[in-house]
Design a protein around this ligand. Structure first.
Ligand SMILES: [Zn+2]
Length: 269
């Protein structure tokens, strides 16, 4: 466990980095839409995640994984009172965390202050794996604080939190990937998991579709809480991606993305 903790950053980077490289290769070989994008778009999305990671590191001294190890030492959280077998604890942690992130995402669409941060993710006008990295630093800080609170309440193990974090980041890349998944595979996969076709609906310019399909890993939450839209009304190839108020290329620079939450849409440019 100590080795796991010491090498948390390296383990995450290797796992998630490999998924990204694999998806970029798949996108090149078998793209679904091959959206036209502004020059440098992918690098700006990567730059935004690096800025976010740097800010989180400075502001929050403990990652959720390190905090879970501390909580275990001190006996904080429900699970430390129960003493469940490791595999039961892992299964429970993955379910609870995925459900909690579903509600966080749904709240981000309905609470105006949270939407100002989250719309930075939605203002991208193209859909590819790097969109899974594009989140405003303020949203990442809030989401990390939310995970710390969940760890404090439930007492998930450090290993479970690390597995969830790697799965969450990998699914964020996969579900935004511009990859052609055969229709029959997609139909089977989406019974359990969020797929790129399922999640692309969430990036539609039509608000009814933007406010749907909030799930990150499991598709069950959207079915259970009646927020799923199976297919986009304009078709997967015809649908427009992004937000009506952020279509000017000047709203897509790194500086504009960082300012998006604090300015009204018409002032971004
Ligand atoms: Zn969203």
């Amino acid at each position: 466990m100590d080795g796991l903790m010491q090498h948390e950053a390296l383990i995450r980077l290797l796992c998630v980095g490999s998924v990204l490289v694999g998806l970029l290769a798949w996108q090149r070989l078998r793209p679904r839409r091959a959206d036209a994008a502004l020059p440098g778009r992918r690098w700006r999305n990567v730059a935004l995640v690096l800025v976010s990671a740097g800010i989180v590191r400075v502001l929050l001294p403990l990652t959720p994984v390190a905090f879970a190890a501390l909580a275990a030492e001190r006996g904080w959280g429900l699970l430390h009172q129960v003493g469940a077998p490791a595999w039961v604890e892992l299964f429970f942690a993955l379910l609870v965390l995925d459900l909690a992130i579903y509600w966080q995402h749904r709240a981000s669409h309905h609470i105006p202050l949270l939407w100002r941060m989250h719309r930075v993710h939605h203002s991208d006008t193209a859909f590819d794996a790097t969109l899974g990295l594009r989140f405003h630093p303020a949203e990442i800080v809030l989401s990390t604080l939310y995970k710390l609170a969940l760890v404090a309440v439930f007492g998930f193990s450090a290993a479970s939190v690390l597995v969830y974090e790697i799965l969450l980041a990998s699914f964020a890349l996969f579900t935004h990937a511009d990859i052609a998944v055969p229709t029959r595979w997609d139909a089977r996969l989406r019974q359990v998991f969020v797929t790129p076709d399922w999640h692309r609906v969430h990036h539609s310019v039509h608000r009814r579709e933007t406010d749907s399909n909030y799930g990150n890993i499991l598709s069950a939450w959207d079915r259970l809480f009646a927020t799923h839209v199976a297919q986009p009304r304009d078709g997967h190839l015809g649908m427009a991606i992004g937000l009506h108020e952020f279509r000017d290329p000047r709203s897509q620079s790194l500086g504009a993305l960082l300012r998006q939450p604090v300015l009204p849409a018409h002032r971004i440019t």
